[in-house]
Design a protein around this ligand. Structure first.
Ligand code: NDP
Ligand code: 8X3
Length: 253
């Protein structure tokens, strides 16, 4: 993996940040995206200390024009992206489908589905041209089945599965690989965002179970990315021990 260029969306926190650290330790060159410029720059400062080349590219994945401008601005030596990690994503609320906010759901759908799709549409043609590349989408166990109050988020992650499977079909006559990684409970900023900043509600999500960390998922992402060229890890479902699926956990409380 040494010297490969890795583009990570949503690198300012959690799984994306874990991936940034993991790929840095393997000697990769990183392009880091997120909306929070301060956090991006702080992470860059930390990672360059280990001798890694890091470029920050702040934009909102929902803003197609900003995305295009940012990608077009890449200098020649950064244009050849080897691995695209479509990680940026979120959920807001745990509301019933007939009661939640359409505006909040627009944010979730526009980020998790349309943002991921736009990144794919803008980055993959270059990979096809170079006949080299790997797209790693961060889906979720939530995409396997809906859970109470999660219908829109679950729908977006089901869409990530369909987009991953469809892209794999569309690229079948190329050496490109497509991976959908589906984590279960990972303790990041995810639940804090879900509960609109209510940390105690967020903490309760992980009570009595040892959740995964962003670093745990980064190991799986790295495993898929570093598999030999003839090995395509199509999909990985990875959950904490004591979690059986999107709704069944055993909690020691
Ligand atoms: P975090 O909230 O810790 O990280 C989310 C990241 O996404 C942040 O870096 C955030 O950066 C970025 N992001 C959000 N919206 C945008 C946007 N519009 N444009 C650019 N970046 C954006 O959560 P996780 O690390 O847990 O989440 C990462 C992915 O993993 C998501 O797709 C999530 O759905 C998925 N996932 C998480 C699980 C969990 O239990 N935590 C389980 C399964 C899947 P910034 O705010 O700077 O823009
Ligand atoms: C995140 C996992 O179960 O909190 O995708 O929705 S869950």
């Amino acid at each position: 993996m040494k010297g490969k260029t890795i583009f990570i969306t949503g690198a300012t926190s959690g799984i994306g940040e874990g991936c940034a650290r993991k790929f840095t330790s393997a000697g990769c060159r990183l392009i880091l995206n997120g909306r929070n410029v301060e956090k991006l720059e702080a992470l860059k400062r930390e990672l360059v200390l280990s001798g890694c080349e890091v470029l920050t590219l702040p934009f909102d994945v929902r803003d197609r024009e900003a995305m295009k401008l940012a990608l077009d601005s890449l200098q020649e030596e950064w244009k050849n992206i080897d691995v695209l990690i479509n990680n940026a994503g979120l959920v807001i609320g745990l509301d019933k489908e007939h009661e939640g906010s359409l505006d909040e759901w627009d944010v979730v759908i526009d980020t998790n589905i349309k943002g991921l799709l736009a990144m794919t549409r803008m980055v993959v043609p270059g990979m096809v041209e170079r006949q080299c590349g790997h797209i790693i989408n961060i889906g979720s166990v939530a995409g396997d089945a809906a859970y109470a109050g999660g219908s829109v988020y679950c729908a977006t992650k089901a869409a990530v599965k369909a987009l991953s499977d469809g892209l794999r079909i569309d690229l079948v006559d190329t050496p490109l690989r497509v991976t959908n990684i589906k984590p279960g409970l990972v303790e990041t900023n995810f639940s804090v965002v879900r509960f609109r900043g209510d940390k105690s509600k967020a903490d309760a999500v992980y009570k009595g179970i040892r959740p995964l960390t962003g670093d745990d998922i980064a190991e799986v992402v790295y495993y898929a990315a570093s598999a030999p060229a003839h090995v395509q890890i199509a999909e990985v479902l990875v959950m904490p021990t004591y979690q059986a699926n999107g709704t069944v956990c055993h909690r020691n409380v």
